[in-house]
Design a protein around this ligand. Sequence first.
Ligand SMILES: [Zn+2]
Ligand SMILES: [Zn+2]
Length: 338
Amino acid sequence: MLRLEFEGHEHTNRVKINGQTIGYLPSQTWADMWMSAALPVPADLLRVGYNELSIEAGRVIPDCQVPGNAWDELLFRHVRLERVPTPTPQMPTPVSGGRTMTITVVFDNNAYRPELETAWGFAAVVQRGGQAILFDTGADGRMLLANMAALGFAPADLDVIVLSHEHADHTGGLEAVLKQNPNVTVYLPQAFSTRLKERVVVGARLVEVSGPVEIASGLWSTGPMGDSIIEQGLVVQTASGLTLLTGCAHPGIVAMVRRAREVGKGEMDLVLGGFHLAGASKSTLEGIMADFRELGVARVAPCHCTGEQAITAFAAAYGAQYTRCGVGLVIQRERSIR
Ligand SMILES: [Zn+2]
Ligand SMILES: [Zn+2]
């Protein structure tokens, strides 16, 4: 891990190394002062020899940026790339003995453990060996952090945050988590708003997902899906097959399962999260059950926006393979070592 340090004099935001965004600088209103920032630079982005650093200007400042003259006042000094003495790996190698994959639902509108707080939204923590991934962040930072603490997680434990889609009940807790631990990599669909990318993801490494991507060995994003509400799911390989986590499944739960099978190249074990079927007709639900069977989905744990009727239908269709899902649910699987 290297650290990029510099002082700037201007409205700026996106910082790229060799064409890859490494983060955003804090915005400030025009002021005659130097501000300094430091961003972590993943070593794997750097080439031997020549590297390209680019810093994009932010909003136009009327009194000093006019068309054709936009860069005149953009000043930087002390731009330096520095090796950080104690390297922090982005994704630690799984520790030996960590043979399980654990999913803990840390935010949901359904109760599971009554002492935890519930509110509309969804978030879950996936742990494998030494890695911890937060999938979505619920609607409220305070509540997310309180539930996480009650379930034994600190923001500092997190290595990666994956955001499914840009609805406030999935992104609302992000800022609170990043304030406590900016040393994470945030994976979000490229279609997310600039506002969220610039203002919220400050200091963290940002990865804009434009297609299926392996985040770590045996852990993938489905890639952004859907036409109107763009959403990604998280696929985890286990010894029992693939697990798919969904935020709201706006692109369609069946389409997301199909994509998960393609991306993870395996059989579906479990689908957990919001299935977005509130108000679905009986025949729609029957069709979805049939598709799930055909796609070989062994177990289901629907929650968040699935809808009461759909949850009841899944419970009836899956019997013992249905898991009631809500905040505090913990699911464990044997890890598969590739
Ligand atoms: Zn949604
Ligand atoms: Zn939602």
